[in-house]
Ligand binder design. Structure first.
Ligand code: C2E
Ligand code: CA
Ligand code: CA
Length: 535
């Protein structure tokens, strides 16, 4: 894969990971918002149901309490002649708004009614379960005034006597109309239950209980009286679920907002810039050097510094990949500073000689407003290196950006300028005049073309001739074979660089390489006789 493609792939991978994270966060926000909404709605519906039932039971209790007091006053009247007590019965029934009628029963016969006055009806004809020896509360039908309408009868037997007592008929239909009306969608049916008989709002006494797949039941019994109120409605969970779609637009909006905030917040952390910054902070980059040798003597004339990145998270990344990315992300200056600092720290590995030069690759952006000069003054010159410094400017896209005044100021400082990868740019020649470089580094593809029929092999010869004419020092890059070296030497190329002499190596390996080279100079290829060059 081409380096640039790899770089783009890395950037795309970062963007994809960032996007996935943001989408996951947005989805989580959506689920959380809807979840919170669901649980709070469900709780609210549960609360509505219990509150409704509690309120109904409490109010019914309150309505029935005055009946207790009335009974205490009525019991002594049982057995007394109706004419004598009728007026009292009427007044009492009138004062108790919930009561439809009050009747006195003596020996199983209803003999006095608040409505009809004197009567003589066996009470069991009216209410089959009466008379009874114990107090009773029952839901029943009215058989005297509004025939068939539901009533709540309250029977209180006289002391020591199961056949006489007081019968109060409560207007329960009216009460239920006020108190027990359903409240959809939470409460669909409300039932008032007394001893297995049910009164439903709007339907009177009912035999069958409400049924339905999704109906749930909630019952609340009175602690004072033998009745309960039962509510039927959809389960709070089902209701809350049904409600969710109406919450969706707001929840989606919120999750989009969270996703967007996450996108902004991860801009730095989840990017390749972050990775490079992390690499710098963790010293993951290592400065390597590759020796350059003289075409005349074969001696080492200096080194070029090259960065290596052993990224523990992504594995080793080639400079062809991370350098263009660092340039794009405007981090290349930080990397160059790193090279300067690390090289100064390890300068004892270099020969202490003014004839040994050090080449640093520089991005053109570093020339802006003379930042490179400031950086050299800050990180390079304080250590007073004796070795001359070469700045290698690559031709690829950098040269048009170079500020020539800065180039001039650098020269004043004693820095030499080299045009790197010469021959690969588009308008190389014009820079020879404007930038007046000290060195041209002929790109390795021209070295590789030596001995082939390729057009480049002719261009190689032309570049060599041109550098000689212009009296600019030429370095041939990428020398891999003795044939290439011999050819270049015969044409008088003054400096060679390539795997034939050395691969890039850590700085600490340089002294040993220099030592070995002195001890075993190898084949003096530069003296070899080769066919005459074609120029
Ligand atoms: P470059 O400046 O042209 O560096 C020379 C490249 O050629 C190096 O690749 C080196 O390892 C490789 N090379 C040397 N001899 C031979 C050879 O005989 N045959 C072949 N095929 N290749 C050879 P490397 O180290 O992978 O660097 C690639 C590029 O990354 C460099 O090209 C340079 O443009 C950039 N680079 C590396 N380090 C730095 C740095 O610290 N700063 C900047 N700005 N750029 C750097
Ligand atoms: Ca270079
Ligand atoms: Ca180069």
């Amino acid at each position: 894969m081409k380096p640039m493609q790899k770089a783009q792939r890395i950037i795309r991978a970062y963007r994809r990971r960032r996007l996935i994270l943001c989408v996951v966060l947005a989805l989580l926000a959506l689920i959380l918002t809807l979840g919170i909404r669901y649980f709070s709605d469900r709780k609210q519906y549960q609360r509505d149901t219990t509150r409704y039932a509690a309120h109904a039971v409490e109010t019914l209790d309150e309505l029935l309490v005055p009946l207790d007091a009335a009974r205490a006053a009525l019991l002594p009247l049982v057995g007394m002649p109706c004419q004598q007590v009728h007026r009292q019965l009427r007044e009492m029934a009138a004062s108790l708004q919930t009561v439809r009628s009050i009747a006195l029963i003596n020996d199983g016969t209803l003999y006095c009614s608040s409505i009809f006055g004197e009567r003589n009806v066996p009470v069991h004809q009216l209410q089959p379960h009466l008379p009874a020896p114990t107090p009773l509360m029952r839901l029943s039908r009215d058989r005297s005034l509004i025939k068939g309408s539901p009533v709540l009868i309250v029977w209180t037997p006289a002391i020591d006597n199961g056949t006489s007592g007081v019968l109060q008929s409560v207007n329960i239909e009216f009460i239920s109309g006020l108190l027990l009306n359903p409240d959809p969608p939470v409460i669909e049916h409300v039932l008032f239950d007394v001893a297995g008989t049910h009164l439903e709002y709007g339907r009177g006494l009912v035999e069958a209980l409400p049924t339905g797949d999704n109906l749930t039941r909630y019952e609340k019994s009175s602690s004072r009286y033998p009745f309960s109120v039962t509510l039927y409605g959809p389960s709070p969970g089902a209701l809350a679920l049904k409600n969710l779609p109406s919450q969706l637009p707001l929840a989606v909006l919120l999750s989009l907002l969270i996703g967007y905030i996450a996108w902004l917040a991860t801009a730095r952390r989840m990017s390749f810039s972050w990775e490079i910054n992390l690499g710098i902070a963790n010293n993951e980059f290592e400065v390597y050097c590759q020796p350059l040798v003289s075409g005349k003597t074969g001696e080492c004339t200096g080194v070029e510094l090259l960065l290596r990145w052993n990224n523990p998270r992504l594995g080793p990344i080639a400079p062809d990949v991370f350098i263009p990315l660092a340039e794009q992300l405007r981090l290349i200056n930080a990397l160059t500073r790193y090279v300067l600092i690390k090289t100064v720290e390890q300068r004892h590995f270099f020969p202490d000689s003014a004839d040994f030069h050090i080449g640093v690759n520089i991005a053109a952006s570093h020339f802006h407003q003379g930042v490179i000069i400031d950086d050299l003054k800050r990180y390079w010159y304080p250590s007073r290196p004796v070795q001359p410094l070469f700045l290698e400017l690559t031709e690829r896209d950098a040269l048009p950006e170079v500020d020539y005044r800065v180039a001039h100021d650098l020269r004043q400082l004693g820095v030499k300028l080299a045009i790197d990868d010469f021959g690969t740019g588009q308008s190389s020649l014009s820079y020879l005049e404007t930038l007046s470089p000290d060195v041209l580094k002929m790109d390795k593809r021209f070295t590789a073309a030596i001995g082939t029929d390729a057009v480049n092999s002719t261009v190689t010869d032309i570049i060599i001739a041109m550098a000689r004419r212009l009296k600019i020092e030429l370095v041939a890059e990428g020398v891999e074979t003795e044939e290439q070296a011999a050819y270049l030497c015969r044409l008088g190329v003054p400096v060679l660089q390539g795997y034939l002499f050395a691969h890039p190596m850590p700085l600490e390996a340089l002294p040993q390489w220099l030592e070995q080279r002195r001890a075993h100079p190898g084949t003096p290829f530069w003296r070899r006789r080769l066919p005459a060059p074609m120029i």
